[in-house]
Design a protein. Structure first.
Ligand code: CA2
Length: 137
């Protein structure tokens, strides 16, 4: 089983800024934990702050991997392009969010990803990613 985790803008700051919202673990630390927890999964990780790079990565892995775990971060609420890429590829995409976006500002209640996603997991902190990976097993 080959899964790719794709994180969008500012998620490189996890564990370094706003710990009250996003916790104090960096994604690199958490990714090592995930690899240890799911040794049967060949897992990749990609982060970018650039919309086009996220689309390129979805296209690159979307015809080869068994699934994508995608946190498009703020692009979730704005990007028709990422939403279209999710719909265009063969690999099922599980949309994840660390925070419960429905408890936050109204603009975060809209997702351009959800309509193309296999499912959506949000509000469980970093555990949202664990749950998304489990959904593929
Ligand atoms: O809850 C999530 O996972 C979000 O996708 C995170 C995005 C936000 O725009 C979405 O509405 C919900 C923001 C990611 C920013 O990450 C930071 C991490 C540490 C410090 C500052 C930002």
């Amino acid at each position: 089983m080959k899964l790719m985790i794709i994180n969008g803008p500012n998620l490189n700051l996890l564990g370094k800024r706003e710990p009250e919202v996003y916790g104090n673990t960096t994604f690199e630390e958490y990714f090592s934990e995930l690899q240890a927890k799911f040794p049967q999964v060949q897992m990749g990780y990609f982060q970018s702050n650039i919309e086009g790079e996220l689309i390129d990565k979805i296209q690159e892995v979307g015809f080869e991997y068994d699934g994508i775990v995608l946190n498009a971060a703020s692009y979730t609420h704005t990007s028709v392009g990422i939403g279209d890429a999710v719909k265009a590829v063969d690999a099922p995409v599980v949309e994840v969010h660390i925070s419960n976006t429905h408890k936050r500002e109204d603009f975060r209640h809209v997702s351009y990803i959800s309509s193309g996603a296999k499912g959506v997991i949000l509000g469980f902190g970093l555990q949202s990613y664990d749950l998304a990976i489990k959904s593929f097993l």
